[in-house]
Design a protein around this ligand. Sequence first.
Ligand code: UDP
Length: 480
Amino acid sequence: MTKKTHIAVIPSPGFSHLVPILEFTKRLVTNHPNFHVTCIIPSLGSPPDSSKSYLETIPPNINSIFLPPINKQDVPQGAYPGILIQLTVTLSLPSIHQALKSLNSKSPLLAIISDAFAFEALDFAKEFNSLTYLYFPCNTFVLSLVLEMPKLDEQVSGEYKDLQEPIGLLGCVPINGIDLPTPTKNRSSEAYKKYLQRAKGMYLVDGIIFNSFFELESSAIEALEQKGHGKISFFPVGPITQIGSSNNDDVVDELECLKWLKKQPQNSVLYVSFGSGGTLSQRQINEIAFGLELSGQRFIWVVRAPSDSVNAAYFENSNDVDPLKFLPNGFLERTKEKGFILASWAPQVEILKQDSVGGFLSHCGWNSILESIQVGVPIVAWPLFAEQAMNAVMLSDGLKVALSDGLKVALRLKYEDEEIVEKEKIAKVIKCLMEGEEGKEMRERMKSLKDSAANALKDDGSSIKSLSNLASQWEKFGGI
Ligand code: UDP
């Protein structure tokens, strides 16, 4: 039998989908250099600067093919990011197929790994007799839900948000219908149809690689494996983030925000950020500004220009508008001793690594949460869209649910759709996290999760073993 060692990796566009699968690929080629990998990269128009500069850092031992970008005019304007991401891949399928054919003719493809949004590309695997894997960039809680989705769709009538009882997923905290991911909010929407289609597609793959680790979600991972789910093998390989892999310390040490953070006392600064694309209304920006002021705490805040859509910045550069002009009058002057403002984008992993950062007010994107865990920083959860509310529930209602004491590592800001979170509530929750007894306890728990995360990535750690199991599966199939 000819030995196969060649793997194709297909990310999908959007910073927080592109980076995790490429970081996984880096770890794969570092730990298992006998495989060679080519990334086939779709994009929607010209990628935002953040994605562009990240793509420049792909190491030479990973080949990359940049596909012709999809024209922004060919996708619905202002659609939900999940729709845009999936549509970009769908429209790129002919060029993905072409790229796979050409790669396979040079060196037969052992496996194709695609991001969850690029699953349609896995249909081509039959033609090349390759194994198929999904890289799912979220936690086990969300993965368990998605795998349950086809059944829920059959069993539940009406909208999920109207369910009277929470949904119980094996090994996970109960979840209310209202906290399910955005595409489930309206079952007749296009976003829901695509979500369900992705969920059904998951059952066709040989394996699912996902960004969690055993010590974080032991009962959920065990339940997933015990349940079987047909022929699918599960590989928790996380945490996969840029913490530990970015080695541009010298360059970023020159940044003013980091110089400022280095001068602040330990655990004294709250980092405020809503991810790579989260946006807030003008009224909400004002309330946060006043809330921060009222809390009396030190802060570093990534401010974006306001929008009434929560994800307006996901595929855009916002450098043409100065977001600072949307802050309340006199705010910068009044808070200049205690606060540092960044316009639109922050070197997040470098910020979180500073000893002075003691809390993170976060929209609860999974990458941000893992980054926070890896440095032991507790969270104020302010979910905006996608599966962020589920992540917030997981953090605030208890990790390691099999244990009697849930590991609460976040304070959850609860608010209804459309509602504005008022400054008093913001100030109270910030003070509680930064100064209160509860905040102190959560910081301690986060420190123990930080150790677990580091252990999972040691040579004999759970995630590195899981990666080796994946490699063994390939070696067997590839005749290596
Ligand atoms: N990020 C960053 N600077 C910013 C905002 C975000 O470096 O100003 C990075 C962050 O470190 C994380 C990713 O972008 O790795 C955001 O991913 P997440 O899953 O948290 O949220 P999303 O962007 O998908 O909403």
